[in-house]
Design a protein around this ligand. Sequence first.
Ligand SMILES: [Zn+2]
Length: 239
Amino acid sequence: MTELLYQTDSYLQEFDANVISVLQEERTVVLDRTAFYPGGGGQPCDVGSLIVAGLRYPVEKVKRQGDDIVHFIGGDKPLPAIDATLHGTLEWARRYQLMRTHTALHVLCGTVFRDYGALVTGGDMEPLKGRMDFEFATMRGELVREIEAAVNKEVAQAREIRVKILPREEAFQIPDLIRTKINLLPEGIAQVRTVEIVGLDLQADGGTHVHNTNEVGTIRVVNYKSKGVINKRIYIEIV
Ligand SMILES: [Zn+2]
């Protein structure tokens, strides 16, 4: 089982950990703790490196597997042994761009719900680019500039972002979370991690976010597409 350091400190760029399992063939290692985000909720996984006894191993991909976070190691050096102590470092520029992008998408989602009552059905992102799907029958081209102005106004409000880990029952008492389909969470999950943009948006979310909307930058609404009568896709970029 891996302790998920990124869940409580999204700004952690480096960490020490021990190897708890190794698969030589697949070139994967599982650590007792990690700051590497394994991907999920539309946010891609982190990349970076592990240093073991002076040797540097590139981390090319990271994946969640049950309670473990699996690090896929590049190159062809023999992998470290179980119990080896190592130092992990994220490729921080990329991760921080993803944090700004992920928070920007929540700003979009909160603003579009508040102003038009449209619910999110999905989303995806890469560094400084993202898209979000809405049930938004009334979306049309003229709204693009209006939405862009509204999201940048929210960013400029310098709203704080608060992350909490709540018992499932407590999370189910929060009306805003019920709206974002918390009911779809698997039965076995005892705790729910929530990400709140204070005064704008509250979601059950496992991703890494900035501490304040003033870190996001300027959001451009670059395109939108009709995916049917109800479903519309909005594309953003961060400058
Ligand atoms: Zn999210």
